[in-house]
Design a protein around this ligand. Structure first.
Ligand SMILES: NC(=O)c1ccc[n+]([C@@H]2O[C@H](COP(=O)([O-])OP(=O)(O)OC[C@H]3O[C@@H](n4cnc5c(N)ncnc54)[C@H](OP(=O)(O)O)[C@@H]3O)[C@@H](O)[C@H]2O)c1
Length: 240
């Protein structure tokens, strides 16, 4: 990877949807990017300033050692860490297996806490502005039917973000959360519902990526705590 004066940005969930759109936008802006996901088989993105590491973030026990290895291989300042990977398991609570409940909490929340903990000492030591940005959700703001565990995982992220922001206030590290409503991505492939087909029923992954740029470009000394963005007309439809 070519070292770049804009610095390196780490994006998890980079192989698809919002994460992939973020990577494309960051590369176009001149950043170097390190993408993390379980695999990149379906991701065609390639660029001189883009590298990827395949990692199962839900393999919680192996995570600290795997992250240590990744961190040691990074020999340039980290401009930002984007904790974006996530999954949905939407059903009434009685229908969710304990394994699914655990997987959602570990993929959507716990791994991001562990990734943040792994990089934080290094990020706090850097002398320039660093952003840690989380992809939350409208589910981080209000609970909803068939969303109990998903909402709980996103509420957990939001509480974590608020606490870490406070813990980082005396460093150059800024902590933000983006809370999109329905975004048209492969997230819905395994779910029994999806956003309506009209363009105004879902925002695009590129819209979320644009908001990430707004966070990164905030004047040093200013923290954008939280950005909520939603489709103009919220409409969900059941799949056949
Ligand atoms: N789409 C929406 O309507 C919406 C709305 C609000 C918030 N969000 C949030 O946005 C984030 C991105 O979702 P998306 O819509 O872009 O969905 P997506 O297209 O399904 O992308 C999810 C990404 O997370 C990665 N991922 C999942 N489990 C992983 C694991 N165990 N280890 C490593 N990477 C893992 C996936 O890669 P692999 O499959 O290769 O692992 C993929 O890159 C999620 O946090 C989601 O909760 C989505």
């Amino acid at each position: 990877m070519i070292e770049n004066e804009e610095g390196l940005i780490i994006v998890s969930g980079a192989s698809s949807g919002i994460g992939q759109a973020m990577v494309a936008k960051l590369l176009a802006e001149g950043y170097s990017v390190l993408g993390l996901a379980k695999d990149f088989i379906n991701s065609q993105l390639s660029h001189d300033n883009y590298s990827t590491v395949e990692i199962d973030l839900a393999a919680i026990e192996q995570l600290p050692a795997a992250l240590d290895k990744i961190s040691k291989a990074i020999d340039q300042p980290i401009r930002a860490l984007v904790n974006n990977a996530g999954i949905g398991r939407m059903a009434f609570l009685e229908q969710l297996s304990v394994a699914d409940m655990r997987l959602v909490m570990e993929t959507n929340f716990l791994c991001h806490a562990i990734v943040t903990k792994a990089f934080l000492p290094r990020l706090k030591q850097q002398k320039t502005v660093v952003d840690i940005v989380f992809t939350g959700s409208e589910a981080a703001l209000a609970g909803s039917r068939q969303g109990s565990i998903y909402c709980a995982s996103k509420f957990a992220v939001r509480g974590f973000v608020q606490s870490i922001r406070d813990e980082c206030a005396r460093s150059q590290v800024r902590v933000s959360i983006l809370n999109p409503g329905a975004v048209r991505t492969p997230f819905f492939e395994d779910l029994h519902f999806e956003p309506g087909q009209a363009p105004e029923n879902a925002i695009l992954p590129e819209d979320v990526a644009e908001v990430l740029l707004t966070v990164l470009k905030a004047r040093p000394g200013t923290v954008i705590d939280e950005i909520n963005l939603s489709p103009q007309t919220q409409l969900w439809q059941k799949k056949d």
